[in-house]
Every structure is written in structure tokens, then in C-alpha cells.
Design a protein around this ligand. Sequence first.
Ligand SMILES: Cc1cc2nc3c(=O)[nH]c(=O)nc-3n(C[C@H](O)[C@H](O)[C@H](O)COP(=O)(O)OP(=O)(O)OC[C@H]3O[C@@H](n4cnc5c(N)ncnc54)[C@H](O)[C@@H]3O)c2cc1C
Length: 381
Amino acid sequence: MDFSISEEQQQFRDAVSKFAKNELNNNVVERDHEEVFDWQGWNKCGEFGLLGLPVPEQYGGQNADIVTCVLAMQSLGSACEDAGLLFALNSHIWTCCIPILQFGSEEQKQNYLPALSSGSKIGGHAMTEPNAGSDAYAITTTAVKDGEYYVLNGTKVFTSNAPIADVLLIFASTDKDKGFAGISAFLVDTEREGISVGKPLAKTGLRTSPTGEVVLENCRVPVSSRLGAEGAGSAIFNAEMEWERSCLFASHLGSMERQLEECVQYAKDRQQFGKSIGEFQAISSKIADMKVRIELAQLILYKVAWMKGNGKRAQLESAIAKLFTSESYVQSSLDAVQIHGGYGCMREFGVERNLRDSLASRVYSGTSEIQRNTIASWLGI
Ligand SMILES: Cc1cc2nc3c(=O)[nH]c(=O)nc-3n(C[C@H](O)[C@H](O)[C@H](O)COP(=O)(O)OP(=O)(O)OC[C@H]3O[C@@H](n4cnc5c(N)ncnc54)[C@H](O)[C@@H]3O)c2cc1C
């Protein structure tokens, strides 16, 4: 296993960091409070080439390998304080661009990928329903074939990017009797008749990333909008989750690195009882634990990237990476608040925002409990 980074990857990582520091951090405190999506930042990410990072150049992307994607997301997480913008960007790439790239027809790739890569179109995916979250394959949204069309009916919840999306990958059952093998995926333009998207839901964290409900009422989509074969929905979902569990969580790793830097600086600067608080072992131990979590999260995330880059599946390893990184992110965010004392609880310092932003990481892309179930099942339990 070789985790060394090429000079080209190093330069790209540095360029991403510089770009994010200069362009993506305006008014984050206010936008978080007012739940405002950064359209300007989004367009700049498109111009920089981040929105189609793994997409081949022929479809308008950068053709970046997965290790480069992980490094870029880590760098973004470290340099960009707007975790909501990064969450929107990650949903767009891993749950819309990647499935089109991996499972789409040539026509679907040409139709969608150039616009998604430039950012002129925004994508997302909708699996979760009011009564089907962790039990994703219990979805009740149906797609019934009617000649050259499918008719979609059902309700999706918690869909990232839904209020701003132009296209959503919708999962629906085409054959209830087959359970997970009867689930199919459809690319549905949000302008289409029969699909309506709710207002952004108010969230604890990631407040600059719009999340919403999607309602399908006799929404007719042409057969050509089905992604992959009928019944391929669960394979598509699993494949995109492997990407998301490595690349999205690499941006969380980057956030943890920024958090650590801030905590080290604060522990050196803040004086109590005539010395810097970093001299108290209770504080320095927290900082040491934050560093350990970062190193271990980085190792497992890089391992997943290395495996996928070498053509291997990484279902077990991506579950471990997702579980460990999200739990670490929340614990380190709690520690950061504690290290900052009262200042850590004040909105203007951003420390409490990191904690709020981290919370949902234990829930999306499969909860921590579900990751543990997956890991145990790989061990035959
Ligand atoms: C910010 C955010 C963004 C999201 N974006 C998207 C998106 O873009 N598209 C999308 O489709 N979904 C999205 N989701 C939904 C997310 O995938 C679900 O919330 C998640 O899968 C959990 O489902 P649930 O909320 O229904 O919780 P439930 O499944 O009801 O779980 C409730 C609790 O029970 C536990 N539990 C459930 N089953 C088991 C079990 N078998 N063993 C042990 N414990 C169990 C869970 O771990 C959890 O602690 C998003 C969620 C959030 C918070």
C-alpha cells in the first residue's frame, strides 16, 4: 500500500486550499444563521473544476482519480469554513455525477454531466422516505411502467440539495415482490410535471445546505430516464455510498484538521491561573486525542481511496471509515467547544457551528448503528 502523494496531487491540493481560503469563507456566520446557500461560492467551485472532479474531460470534468478526490475534499474541509456548501457539493458529486458516470447511458452522460460539472445544473439523490430511513429498501415510492414511460408516485424526505436541484436521482420500486432487487433508479428533472420540491428544512447544522422533501404525483418520466437496468437501484445506491463514505468524509477529516489548529493556537494563547491552558494536562490530552483521531481517520480514508483506485471494492473498509470519521468528528467538535470554554459556545467564534455541522455526519450515508451492523455482518454475525 503506497500512500505517497505525487507532486501533481500536492500542487492540486495546495491550489484547492488557496482557492477555498480566498473565495469560500465570506460571511459564513451570517449565512449559517440565516440559512443562506452560497450561490456565488458554488459557481466559483464550478469554475475551479471541483463540481465535476472525477468526471472525464470529454464530459466537462477534471478526470481526477479517487486519491486526488479524497485529497481535494480533505483540503476543502480544512480551508473552507462553510460546511453546508461542502455538503451540497459532495452530495452533487458522489450521489448524482458518480452514478451517472458509472451506470448511465452515453445519452444520459452527454445530457447531464457537462452541466453538472460546470455547476449550471445541481444534482442530488432521493432514497429516504418518511417510513424508510435505515431500512432503505423498504421504500414505497413506486415506478409503474406505462408504454414508453414510468409513472412515479411517492414521497421522499431529507433530500440534500432538493430545494436547489435541477435533477434528482430518485429511487423507486418497480417490483415490490423482489424487495431490494426490485428497486430502480430514475433521473428526474425537477421542472418535470408531477414532481414538487418542498421548502428548505430548518436544520441544527449544515444550515447553508438546503435539504427538502420531494413529492411525486403521477410523475411521468420516459423509459430513457431510468439509470441502469430495471432492478439495479440497490447496486447503484451501494456503489455511490462507497464513494460518499470516502470522499464526503475526507472533507470532515479536513474540518477536524482546521479545528485542531484552532484549538492548539487557543490553548497556547489563553491564559488562566497565570499560564496557558495548554499546560493543563486535561486540555493537552484532549488535543492529543484530537490528533490521534485525525491520523487514524486519515489512514482508513486513504486506504479506501487506495483500494478503490486499484479497482477493489471497499464495502467493509468504507463502513469502518464512515463510522470512525463521523464519531471522531463529533467527539473532536465537542472537545473543541470545551477547550474554548464560554467562547466556544458563542456563535461569532464558529466553534459551536463546527459541532452543529458535525452532528448529522453520524446519521447520513447510513447511521453509526447501521455501519456497525454492516461491519459485524462482514465478520459473519
Ligand atoms: C443532513 C442530512 C442529509 C441527508 N441527505 C439525504 C439525501 O440526500 N438523500 C437521502 O435519500 N437521504 C438523506 N438523508 C437521510 C439519511 O440517510 C437518513 O436520515 C438515515 O439513513 C437514517 O434514517 P432515519 O432518519 O429514518 O432514521 P431511522 O432509520 O428511523 O433510525 C433511527 C435510529 O434507529 C437506529 N436504527 C434503525 N435501524 C437499526 C438497526 N437495524 N440496528 C440498529 N439501530 C437501528 C438508527 O441507527 C437511528 O439511531 C439525510 C439526512 C440528514 C440528517
